[in-house]
Design a protein around this ligand. Structure first.
Ligand code: 13P
Length: 251
């Protein structure tokens, strides 16, 4: 049985005092959980603050991006080993905002995925289609290509040490959530695809849904057989919402 995971993606939000208040409330809420796992993926400068507050709690933490390189003359970049220095468990890889705004293509994402594994981080690999792609029936071929770029480079077996997040681009920050049935169909497709190469890995693989998840829609999404939790943007900045989503995942 796969334990559900709820991960917050703070994106470029936060400041020291607001983070402290949010984290204190998230820690408090996490004490009521027994099964579901929780994490927050925060901007790099707050990793030390998050480490200080979250160690010895049930809440894990991570970053939102990393360099594909291990070290070198890459001004402004952050390596996987640096994230390990701050005891990160997770790192988001290939978020659609990175793909669209910073032109990260499938090959770059695959290299970042490998860099995360090399640094003993658990990559949360984001895949998902745009509205235009969905409307012309390309959803499955888009997620297949995004996944294949990674598995062709590092092998499908490595998904045993990773998490996938299906995030339809049209549902991110728009208030438009995929219906539970729409999300389930893509999650089932992803799992079947992985099972073609690695059936045991596919059974254990956590596939999170991301895109306008809120306390009010988490229950019906998490009830779907192939939805193993969520990657939460806006609602992860609101402690009551985030805690409520985590509690839903704990049922
Ligand atoms: P929202 O929950 O704000 O739609 O963002 C989803 C997301 O991009 C998580 O990575």
């Amino acid at each position: 049985m796969r334990a559900k995971l709820v991960a917050g993606n703070w994106k470029m939000h936060g400041c020291l005092p607001d983070n402290a208040k949010l984290l204190a409330e998230v820690i408090d809420g996490s004490n009521a959980l027994s099964r579901a796992q929780q994490a927050v993926c925060v901007p790099f400068p707050y990793l030390e603050q998050v480490r200080g507050m979250l160690r010895r709690t049930r809440v894990a933490w991570g970053a939102q991006n990393l360099s594909q390189h291990a070290k070198g003359a890459y001004t402004g970049e952050v390596s996987g080993a640096m994230l390990r220095d701050f005891d990160c468990t997770y790192v988001i890889v290939g978020h659609s905002e990175r793909r669209l705004l910073y032109e990260e293509d499938n090959d770059t994402v695959a290299l970042k995925f490998k860099a995360a594994l090399d640094a003993d981080l658990i990559p949360i690999l984001c895949i998902g289609e745009t509205l235009a792609q969905r409307e012309v029936g390309e959803t499955e071929s888009v997620v297949d290509a995004q996944l294949a770029a990674v598995t062709n480079r590092v092998g499908a077996k490595t998904l045993a040490s990773a998490v996938i997040a299906y995030e339809p681009v049209w549902a991110i920050g728009t208030g438009k959530t995929a219906t539970p049935e729409q999300a389930q169909a893509v999650h089932a497709h992803i799992r079947k695809r992985v099972a073609r190469d690695q059936s045991a890995v596919a059974q254990e693989l956590r596939i999170l849904y991301g895109g306008s998840v809120k306390a009010s829609n988490a229950e019906e999404l998490f009830a779907m057989p192939d939805i193993d939790g969520g990657l939460i943007g806006g609602a992860s900045l609101n402690a009551a919402e985030f805690v409520a989503i985590c509690k839903t995942a704990d049922r």
